[in-house]
Ligand binder design. Sequence first.
Ligand code: SER
Length: 318
Amino acid sequence: MNKILVIGAAGQIGSELTVELRNRFGNNNVIASDIKNACEDVMSGGKFEVLDAMDGKPLKEIVIENEIGQIYHLAAMLSGNAEKNPLKAWDLNMTGLLNILNLAKDGVVKKVFWPSSIAVFGPTTPKQNTPQLTIMEPSTVYGISKLAGERWCEYYFNKYGVDVRSLRYPGLISYKTEAGGGTTDYAVEIFYEAVKNSKYECFLNEDTVLPMMFMPDAIKGTIELMEADSRRVKIRSSYNMSAVSFSPKALSNEIKKHIPDFSMAYKLDFRQNIAESWPQTIDDSAARNDWGWSHKYDLKSMTEIMLKEIKKKIHVAV
Ligand code: SER
């Protein structure tokens, strides 16, 4: 088997994806990499390489040395942080992707996964049931970089036959590794604060609805897309992908069912504007029809697991 390289294995998605890929394909067949050490599960479960995807030469060397056939390229700067450092975000989000697409173009790797985001949409996009094909005028540098990345992916597929696959992730919620620097991060932070202090100060307005997904669904969908027969992968820019949509208030109410004295305060910051520019619900019928995407977790089941796991984690840490 051609081995798999995960770039960004210390991040929110990478830390869980690496473990699941190793479960499925064997520890020796999945190499993790990042600019910094990843969590214990990733570090102890198989090979780890320190790698900056912006640096093409060591990237190519690691790919060749390890007989890599597939790359999951997850390293990126998220929406909130990108607004604070737009040109750095553009450079980081684009250079790594182009390095990897070029390795695929030259036949060094066979298949590439690259994540896009609901951030490719903007204030002029229809907000409800946002179609796969629609107006895309993102107003954040993160969204601009993801939209440009999608165009590059499709271009490399059409022009050079590169087998690149992508998903437009909604806000991802997980308990293993925190995200950092994103607009949807409130929906992770809230669980930690609820368990620790029974209160949370939210940087988004109480009725700001955003599309969200529990990490196990995102991981399952990502691997299913990569394993699908290439004839079923009809969209080579990026697929809309959806699970649940909710507001901070709805999430707070769900948490209150488990922690009755939980309270929310609201102190909006610049991320409110970002959130308002994004869709509220997503039409992902293309992913469901083309390669069989489906999600499992709703707000209720996700909240139960998040609270249970974070309680365990914090208990252990104390
Ligand atoms: N979760 C991301 C962010 O908030 C969106 O893709 O930046």
